[in-house]
Design a protein around this ligand. Structure first.
Ligand code: 5GP
Length: 116
């Protein structure tokens, strides 16, 4: 865990900040990115605040990562015929701005170079 104050995603999970929620269960929440880079641009976020990056999540809780991927597939099935791009930015130099692990699900009319 690298954050010391609640991330923007923690505030969405708690309901303090509104978001367009696409799916939610005990472990995960999925909501539309506020600045979409494709027709479908959903963020899939573990509710736990323990992990900043996908590598930390994979090492500590591979079952939760597996659940995240399954939810990603479900969202893509519902919204984009099951085809999608899954991106985890890991580290500021790679473009990560929120240090609470999250997957970008991008699908539908991806432009060339849509990398988030
Ligand atoms: P990162 O750059 O950390 O991989 O991705 C963070 C993502 O969170 C960005 O794509 C950004 O648009 C999205 N984001 C930042 N703040 C908010 C917010 O308050 N609500 C929603 N729905 N998305 C946000």
């Amino acid at each position: 865990m690298t954050e010391t104050t609640p991330s923007i995603f923690s505030r969405i999970i708690s309901g303090e900040i509104p978001a367009t929620i696409v799916a939610e269960n005990d472990d995960l929440i999925a909501f539309e990115d506020v600045n979409p880079q494709a027709r479908v641009h959903v963020l899939v976020v573990p509710k736990t605040t323990e992990y900043a990056t996908v590598a930390e999540l994979a090492a500590a809780d591979p079952e939760l990562l597996s659940k995240l991927v399954a939810l990603t597939q479900q969202i893509a099935d519902e919204r984009a015929g099951g085809q999608y791009r899954l991106i985890f930015n890991s580290g500021a130099e790679a473009g990560q701005t929120v240090f609470h692990v999250h997957a970008h699900v991008l699908a539908g009319e991806l432009g060339e170079g849509t990398l988030v």
